[in-house]
Write a protein that binds this ligand. Structure first.
Ligand SMILES: Nc1ncnc2c1ncn2[C@@H]1O[C@H](COP(=O)(O)OP(=O)(O)OP(=O)(O)O)[C@@H](O)[C@H]1O
Length: 272
């Protein structure tokens, strides 16, 4: 269980990114965090692996508070999947997957490629699990397509069988078909291990399809917390109302995936 208790964050320049965020995310839940640009989604996710230090409140994982003493041990239980994949493009696909062991294997050992046969077998099995043919193993990661790179990113994230996976807009740079495949892979890999997933997204349809739970954020606060069924078009509109056009998610045709604003009588207008 991840517990955010009255979490707040004010960046050194005075930007208030999180205000009084309290959430309990049970083990195994696929929790999607949605909200306009700047709502605080990434800041919230990064509290869970210590990349962001909150200025107020507490964060616990299974009752253990994240602090300087516990950080190292807790980090080993949390993996991350990034929007821009964050692979080492000159390194082989296999090397990138094996780098998921860095929290427990020394950097020197990793640089020298000293991985156990068991580690190598696991990397191969994970690559196969995410649908990458073994012939890609020795290719440089930079030669792969975006979708293939994110598959490598998923395999890397699951190398240590993490209890928590943070997926920060993992499909933002992928087309809709690949996005679904990628989220399905994350969901399946997480279910197989009872891994908790905190996933920030911009696409309402994907949030509804893949989330067990949707947390809507705005201006650093949680303004919606419920199931996809409860996340009605009206709720969507409330979450994004007033957001600038540039802040709103767009589908593959560039049109907004957010419900159009209601008219004065509260009716959905016809086509925009
Ligand atoms: N290092 C930083 N220093 C100062 N302000 C920051 C820093 N990182 C983020 N912020 C600010 O904190 C607020 C929340 O940012 P955050 O990246 O968490 O939002 P987000 O919801 O993930 O946005 P997006 O969907 O665009 O990624 C924003 O106002 C952002 O400009």
């Amino acid at each position: 269980m991840i517990e955010f208790q009255h979490l707040g964050k004010t960046w050194p320049d005075g930007t208030r990114a999180l205000s009084d965020v309290s959430l309990q995310v049970p083990r195994g839940q696929f929790c999607v965090v949605l909200g306009p640009s700047g709502a605080g989604k990434s800041t919230l996710l990064r509290a869970v692996n210590g990349l962001m230090r909150p200025t107020e409140g507490r964060l616990t994982i299974d009752g253990i508070e994240f602090n300087a003493d516990t950080e190292r041990a807790l980090r080993q239980r949390v993996a991350m999947i990034h929007q821009h994949f964050n692979l080492t493009l000159r390194m082989s696909v296999a090397g990138n997957v094996l780098s998921g062991l860095l929290p427990v294997v020394s950097t020197g050992r990793a640089l020298l490629g000293w991985f156990t046969p068991e580690h190598r077998r696991k990397a191969c099995a994970l690559l196969e699990r995410v649908g990458l043919d073994p012939r890609h193993l020795r290719r440089r990661a930079g030669e792969l397509s975006g979708g293939q790179q994110q598959r490598v990113g998923i395999a890397r994230a699951f190398m240590l069988d993490p209890e928590v996976v943070l997926a920060d807009e993992p499909v933002a740079s992928l087309d809709p078909k690949i996005s679904r495949d990628i989220l399905a892979l994350v969901r399946e890999a997480a279910r197989e291990r009872n891994t908790t997933v905190l996933c920030s997204l911009h696409q309402v349809d994907l949030a509804r399809e893949f989330g067990d739970r949707i947390v809507g954020m705005r201006d650093g606060r949680v303004v919606f917390d419920g199931t996809p069924a409860e996340f009605s078009d009206e709720r969507v509109q409330q979450l994004y109302a007033g957001a600038h056009w540039d802040d709103q998610p767009a589908d593959e045709h560039g049109s907004s995936t957010v419900a159009a604003p209601l008219d004065a009588q509260g009716r959905q207008p016809l086509a925009a």
